[in-house]
Design a protein around this ligand. Structure first.
Ligand code: C2O
Length: 554
């Protein structure tokens, strides 16, 4: 591979959306951020300079970061954030991954506007295990707030209530112009295509808080990859994607003879009570253009009559369950499946919402006057004031974190039945310590308590294999017999259904401290997060590399 250098200057930029101009945190003044392009095997050297008043850190979501945990990015986990006026060089190699990943800020809610695509092409002189696309296009879903998102999260934390909804969903930074009174056709995403060609759409869900459905009228997709791992291709007309997930899909355009347009649309999926979510639709236009010269912009009225693609209902649970079941690793001789066949350590994590008492002299607007919280095995993870990885590496974990994260819930209950009387969480900075190369099986159980919400769980530093899933309570006697140990999908983010479970396996072959959390930003903020501390192996190439000299200080 080669080394590719990028300069990321983090700057404020005025951007107008929904009739309002707003100053947002950007990379190089771009929203969404610039595209990173590399080939598998390349080294990326990205210098991030912080010119804004917020603390900054950037996570390269899904990149394995083999032995390079210092470049992973989550604030207070692998690094202290980059302070105003400071810089940090993220330096890592892409090993064994091809597809689409993305980067985003990983401190507070800065990722609302600081995100962009990472395009990983196959090694030189190798090709995709599918038809060569005519063109490749990133499709990034996001959310747009008219208000300052730092104010939104600060207010939510203070009042203990759920945060305000975003004002629009976006496609590549654009809210659809038809579904609010206040935007121009310029604010609508258009995908210009030619007839009879195959396009590779690199789909990313960068939305903060919502799982999404996506569809284009009268078109179908072929899914070829998930989270930068190839899957057995399958056809669908509707895509479902959780925050944090990515997917490469092929779109074959029709053999049309004249210019024409089709609407595309995305809208949330949620099992929670309707109304608590922003259930608006974002629309874009798929535009067939016969000649490159025909680039006239269209007006709102010219697309107003076009039918929107019919999307599943907001609570289409069975659609989502079936969808998740369709994913299988490609499992070819070139791309083998390495799912651990035996397991050394078993974990059972219960993920869900809960609450905290309201502090004296404060009025809280959460459930029954309490504050919302979220936890894993009832522990709401407290971020330390220094970075866990540094504490671990320099042998200074005392007083920063403990290795006592419980491998099973301390107070089991019926997770999918009537909620227990007491849904208060406890707090702590606790990790699981894993010897190098441990094979891990983790069952993640969703609950029915409080919000009854889904949790897209994301693991840093690894891909895991999704070996099983189901509804209701996980049954450790009967369910493992049905695990798929042949061709399970390999991912970095998996949707844990409320009132259901998911089982994953991975090999702890990457020394470092690795964050695992719900990729719904409000759940992350409420504490649905923990970390795995993976020890060095014996051989020199099984050890975490030494920290870079410019590693930020807290
Ligand atoms: Cu994309 Cu820790 O997250």
């Amino acid at each position: 591979g080669v080394t590719r250098h990028y300069n990321f200057n983090i700057r404020m930029k005025n951007v107008t959306r929904l009739c309002q101009s707003k100053s947002i945190v950007t990379v190089n003044g771009k929203f969404p951020g610039p595209r990173i392009i590399a080939r598998e095997g390349d080294r990326l050297v990205i210098k991030v300079v912080n010119h804004v008043s917020n603390n900054i850190s950037i996570h390269w979501h899904g990149i394995r970061q083999l032995r390079s945990g210092w470049a992973d990015g989550p604030a207070y986990i692998t690094q202290c954030p980059i302070q105003t006026g400071q810089s940090y060089v993220y330096n890592f190699t892409i090993i064994g991954q091809t597809g689409t990943l993305w980067y985003h800020a990983h401190v507070s809610w800065i990722r609302a506007t600081l995100y962009g695509p990472i395009v990983i092409l196959p090694r030189r002189n190798t090709s995709y295990p599918f038809v060569k696309p005519y063109k490749e296009v990133p499709i990034i879903f996001g959310e747009w707030w008219n208000n300052d998102t730092e104010a939104v999260i600060n207010q939510a934390i203070q009042t203990g209530a759920g945060p305000n909804n975003s004002d629009a969903y976006t496609i590549n930074g654009f809210p659809g112009s038809l579904y609010n009174n206040c935007s121009s056709p310029k604010e609508t995403f258009r995908l210009k295509v030619k007839p009879g060609k195959t396009y590779l759409l690199r789909i990313i869900n960068a939305a903060l808080n919502d799982e999404l459905f996506f569809k284009i009228t009268n078109h179908t997709f072929t899914i070829v990859d998930a989270d930068a791992s190839y899957v057995k291709p399958f056809e669908t007309d509707t895509i479902y994607i959780t925050p944090g997930q990515t997917s490469n899909v092929l779109l074959k355009t029709k053999k049309l003879k004249s210019n024409s347009r089709f609407m595309m649309a995305a809208r949330p999926y949620s099992t929670a009570a309707a109304g608590t979510f922003d259930n608006t639709t974002v629309a874009g236009v798929l535009e067939y253009v016969m000649s490159d010269k025909n680039t006239k912009t269209f007006s709102n009225t010219s697309i107003k009559g076009l039918p929107l693609p019919p999307l599943p209902a907001i609570n289409a649970t069975s659609y989502v369950a079936n969808w998740t079941n369709k994913f299988r690793s490609l499992g070819s001789s070139q791309f083998p499946v390495n799912v651990p066949q035996t397991v050394q350590k078993h974990f059972f994590f219960v993920v869900g919402l809960g609450n905290d008492p309201c502090p004296k002299n404060q009025t809280c607007q959460g459930p029954n006057g309490t504050k919302f919280a979220a936890s894993i095995n009832n522990i709401s993870f407290t971020l330390p004031t220094t970075a866990l990885l540094q504490a671990q590496y320099f042998g200074k974990s005392n007083g920063v974190f403990s290795n006592s994260f419980p491998s099973t819930p301390l107070n089991p209950f019926n997770y999918t039945g009537t909620p227990p009387n007491n849904t208060m969480v406890s707090h702590g900075t606790k990790v699981v310590l894993l010897p190098y190369n441990t094979t891990v099986e983790l069952v993640i159980q969703g609950t029915n308590i409080l919000g009854a919400e889904n949790h897209p769980l994301h693991l840093h530093g690894f891909n895991f294999y999704v070996v099983g899933q189901g509804t209701g309570n996980f049954n450790s006697t009967t369910d493992p017999a049905n695990f798929n140990l042949v061709d399970p999908v390999e991912r970095n983010t998996v949707g844990v259904p409320s009132g259901g479970w998911v089982a994953v396996r991975f090999r702890a072959d990457n020394p470092g401290v690795w964050f695992m959390h719900c990729h719904i930003e409000i759940h992350l903020s409420w504490g649905l997060r923990m970390a795995w501390a993976v020890m060095d192996g014996k051989l020199p190439n099984q050890k975490l590399l030494p920290p870079p000299s410019d590693l930020p200080k807290c």
